[in-house]
Design a protein around this ligand. Structure first.
Ligand SMILES: C[S@@+](CC[C@H](N)C(=O)[O-])C[C@H]1O[C@@H](n2cnc3c(N)ncnc32)[C@H](O)[C@@H]1O
Length: 240
């Protein structure tokens, strides 16, 4: 498997002991609805931020990520493996609950990634999906400003420019949005996820709902998550 941008800069920006502070309300309610002892999987687990919550009360919690470095980091939280969201190494219906948060839109085929998440969920089981929304300020910045940042990033000058932007500009935007200061490393990692990651796609509610329904699941709840860039969905895999 090729080295991913997340091998160099894993999505590692939060102290794991405070990971739950970053969970949106809908994710908390998803976690609260999971049965004790249930079998759970996070696809694209990054450095283990969500796995901290997913493993609470689980019979089994596992994570997979295409980035070897991320999967290894998250293995401090739960068992993990390197795997591609588009070809998961699990049988149909393996899990009671599956999370795919901020991942499908970084793959070349987001619809397939969501279908895979639903495929490995048992009938009646729950899937939590978070996908970038269309027509946000961030979508605009990723496409137009990010294209320039990504074009320059392989050069020495580009690396310095991105470092300065991450630590001087992006840090202030992050503070303005969340009222928190993070370490230099955390800011570089977040900035890389937002602007340097080579694939990010943006989707309408109708699109995401149609992918979920065509994969054999029913949408239970959606949340526009106004303060965030993602559309959040809890879906239930149809029985039989
Ligand atoms: C924005 S991070 C989200 C991490 C985690 N879900 C969270 O919310 O903290 C995106 C993650 O998706 C992973 N990823 C990207 N493409 C993937 C793919 N095709 N298969 C599996 N993981 C992938 C990246 O390596 C990265 O760790």
């Amino acid at each position: 498997m090729n080295k991913s941008v997340y091998d160099e800069r894993p999505f590692d920006w939060v102290d794991l002991s405070a990971a739950s502070d970053t969970y949106p309300t809908l994710f908390r309610s998803f976690l609260g609805s999971l049965g004790p002892g249930s079998q759970r999987c996070e696809i694209g687990c990054g450095a283990g931020r969500n796995l901290m919550g997913i493993r609470e009360g689980a019979g089994l919690a596992v994570g997979v990520d295409i980035s070897f470095v991320s999967a290894r980091r998250a293995s401090a939280v739960a068992p993990t493996a390197q795997a591609n969201a588009l070809r998961l190494p699990f049988r149909d219906g393996s899990f009671d609950a599956v999370v795919i948060d901020g991942v499908a839109h970084h793959t070349p085929d987001p619809r397939r990634a969501i279908q895979e998440a639903i495929r490995i969920t048992r009938p009646g089981g729950l899937v939590y999906v978070a996908v970038y929304k269309r027509r946000t300020l961030y979508a605009f910045l990723y496409r137009w400003v990010g294209a320039i940042l990504r074009a320059f990033s392989p050069s020495a000058l580009g690396r310095v420019m991105n470092d300065v932007l991450a630590l001087q500009v992006y840090r202030r935007i992050h503070y303005w949005k969340r009222e928190e200061w993070r370490s230099d490393e955390a800011m570089r990692n977040l900035y890389s996820d937002y602007f340097l990651t080579p694939i990010a796609s943006f989707h309408s509610r109708e699109e995401v709902v149609s992918w979920i329904e065509s994969a054999g699941a029913r949408v239970r709840t959606t949340d526009e998550f106004p303060e965030g860039n993602c559309r959040l969905v809890i879906a239930e895999r149809e029985q039989g």
